[in-house]
Design a protein around this ligand. Structure first.
Ligand SMILES: [Zn+2]
Length: 137
């Protein structure tokens, strides 16, 4: 599959995820549950440990953050520039994009950023997804 085709697929995933998150934030969790059931075993849900917790209202903040990350990614797909690292400008490997379709930096730059700002909540949240891709390919 070409990179272009892969990104088209990722876009579909992003749209579905966005819709599910939007509904979840409006209080309707059924779509999100459906999506999780469907994707069991998939690399996106290697973060399955967090899935149950997503139903927890404490994570509404994380969902909002993910939602804006997704919207930004969709915007970049439209505008161009999607899939390139914000920091070094190189294409982000597809394996990473499949694990985190809204990633805006490559693993190398992400690690560097984490070292610089160790400890923040946002960093921990990203790390859940980063770990998910490590042993998947
Ligand atoms: Zn980079």
């Amino acid at each position: 599959m070409s990179r272009k085709e892969s990104i088209k697929k990722l876009r579909e995933q992003l749209v579905r995820r966005r819709d599910a998150l939007q509904r979840a934030l409006e209080g309707d969790l059924s779509l999100l549950r459906e999506l999780h059931q469907e994707r069991t075993g998939d690399v996106l849900d290697a973060a399955a440990d967090t899935v149950q917790d997503e139903l927890n209202s404490q994570l509404i903040e994380a969902e909002s953050r993910e939602l804006s990350a997704i919207n930004e990614a969709l915007e970049r797909i439209k505008r161009g520039g999607y899939g390139n690292c914000d920091s070094c400008g190189k294409p982000i490997p597809l394996t990473r994009l499949r694990a985190i379709p809204y990633a805006t930096d490559c693993i190398g730059c992400r690690r560097k950023a984490e070292t610089r700002s160790a400890g923040g909540r946002a960093v921990m949240w990203n790390r859940v997804f980063d770990n998910a891709e490590v042993d998947s390919y």
